[in-house]
Design a protein around this ligand. Structure first.
Ligand code: UN1
Length: 502
């Protein structure tokens, strides 16, 4: 599928992709695929104003009716799954299968949000006063600012946007400057949904194209009560305090340093498959990528040679080829970070197998790498996240020690254990087990379903997106007490006699 065919199918006007001041390159071969126009900080002001106006209308549309718009959008995504999936592959370099998976994740969250649109439940609460009723009412919040990363250029936006929309919010999306075309494609499809739906106000969803200054203008604006930001811990460290400074709310989904523990009783076939997909899938560029592996000494020699063999035989290449399992890194900088990390690991006594650039002749401007395994010396750990396919391996003998080492890093996104020992599995998911937002048993660290809340602790930022009750962050909680008596009793039994007589 060529870019023109994709754009045609999606209905994205090719003229919006030329003549702009932001050049976009495909990581496949480094070729320029578009030049899109960046917004100025003045444009940001205008778009936020538009978003406020859209919100004021949208919040009055009944929630199940709002769900209908998301239902239509889900249908449009189903019809364009292949083309949007191919565009994701083309622009961010993940393999086509994973591009399709990402669009499926959008479809799934649309379905979830449609159901949710009839289930924005509040509580009724027993009042301590006679003839009083207390209830909790969830109200629309306002324009939601969404900042997303290059590695999940469409799904993470959809997690946020679909929930925000059924909650009665308008959305403003600042995609990564590396993947603006997929964002414009999602927006074009969303506009098609709006055209089929009479109650959608203008500017219900808008896009901001630009770099850091554009993101900052959004983050700093009081009219945007919620910022949901996905990206590096460094980004979150900048965004979080800025939003807090103006008493805004934020959902931060930041770095991970995810580990798998493989226990002696594990089904090694499952552990093997889960580890390979987790560590090399998306070329190691998921926030849920498996970065560390703690392997019990008893099974080390059964698992590690098998992993090394698999890593050296993976088909690396054009992500649009059906046989490819590992596509390119996003750009040269990512490759240099991988090289640095491998050099550092070697200096720390790690033994590296694999790594290094490949296919440079065929793709001088594409950064393809051999995934790397690093066997780390006893007593070490790795505290930084490198967005590349590097799997650090550690031996362990004691499960509690393995869990402690898994937890002994600044990040807390995803984790898993492969074991058939029920006590170990339950320990891992207990209060003294994994300290991460996601803790799996006999499943790898990546590839979460949309139905659960997604996010993590510590430097991962603490936010939760997607399923479960994450929607509550996109609404304003109102507690309302109604008195239907003819007296005004005070709570806590307080007497406050004004002395007034009739
Ligand atoms: C991300 O990398 O930011 O669990 C999101 C997963 C995907 C989402 C990853 N469903 O790997």
């Amino acid at each position: 599928m060529t870019l023109d065919e994709i754009l045609n199918d999606i209905g994205l006007n090719a003229s919006t992709l030329t003549g702009g001041n932001l050049d976009v390159y495909s990581p496949i071969d480094g070729a320029k695929i578009a030049s899109v126009a960046m917004d100025s900080t003045a444009d940001v002001q205008g778009k936020i104003e538009n978003s406020v106006a859209a919100f004021k209308e949208w919040r009055q549309v009944p929630a199940p009716r709002r769900g209908e718009l998301v239902r239509i959008y889900g249908g449009i995504l189903r019809a364009h799954k292949e083309t949007l999936g191919a565009l994701v592959a083309l622009e961010c370099g993940k393999i086509y299968q994973e591009g399709l998976g990402e669009v499926q994740e959008m479809i799934d969250i649309c379905d979830f949000a449609v159901g949710l649109s009839r289930q924005l439940y509040g509580l009724t609460i027993a009042s301590e006063r006679p003839q009083h009723k207390m209830r909790e009412i969830w109200q629309p919040l306002g324009p939601v600012g969404i900042i997303s990363a290059f590695n999940f250029p469409v799904a993470v936006w959809a997690w946020n946007a679909t929930l925000a929309l059924v909650c009665g919010d308008s959305v403003i999306w600042k995609p990564s400057e590396k993947t603006p075309v997929t964002a414009l494609a999602c927006q074009a499809l969303f506009e098609q949904a709006c055209a089929q739906f009479s109650d959608a106000p203008q500017n219900l969803s808008q896009i901001l194209i630009g770099e850091r200054d554009i993101g900052e203008a959004l983050v700093d604006d009081k009219r945007v009560p919620l910022i949901s930001a996905t990206g590096s811990t460094a980004m979150g460290r900048a965004v979080g305090p800025r939003v807090a400074q103006r008493f805004g709310k934020s959902i931060l989904e930041l770095g991970g340093n995810n580990a798998i523990i493989v226990a002696p009783s594990a089904d090694l076939d499952l552990a093997f498959q889960g580890t390979v997909f987790g560590s090399v899938g998306t070329c190691g560029q998921r926030c849920t990528t498996t970065r560390r592996l703690f392997v019990h000494t008893d099974i080390y020699d059964s698992l590690i040679p098998r992993l090394k063999k698999a890593f050296s035989g993976l088909s690396i290449g054009n992500p649009l080829d059906a046989k490819t399992l590992v596509g390119p890194l996003i750009d040269e900088q990512a490759y240099l970070h991988m090289e640095d990390a491998l050099n550092k690991a070697q200096m720390d006594g790690g033994v590296v197998t694999g790594g290094g650039r490949v296919l440079a002749d065929q793709y001088p401007n594409g950064y393809y790498v051999n995934p790397a395994i690093v066997e780390m010396p006893e007593g070490t750990n790795v505290h930084e996240e490198t967005f590349a396919p590097i799997l650090y391996i550690f031996k362990y003998t004691d499960i509690e020690d393995a869990i402690a080492r898994q937890n002994a890093v600044p990040q807390g996104l995803s984790s898993s254990i492969f074991t058939r020992d029920m006590q170990e599995a339950e320990l891992f998911t207990s209060e003294t087990g994994s300290d991460c937002g996601i803790a799996n048993v006999n499943i790898g660290t990546s590839g979460a379903e949309i139905g659960g809340a997604f996010g993590g602790e510590k430097e991962t930022g603490g936010g939760r997106e997607s399923g479960s009750d994450s929607w509550k962050a996109y609404m304003r909680r109102m507690t309302s007490t109604v008195n239907y008596s003819s007296a005004l009793p005070l709570a806590q039994g307080i007497t406050f006699d004004t002395g007034e007589t009739e």
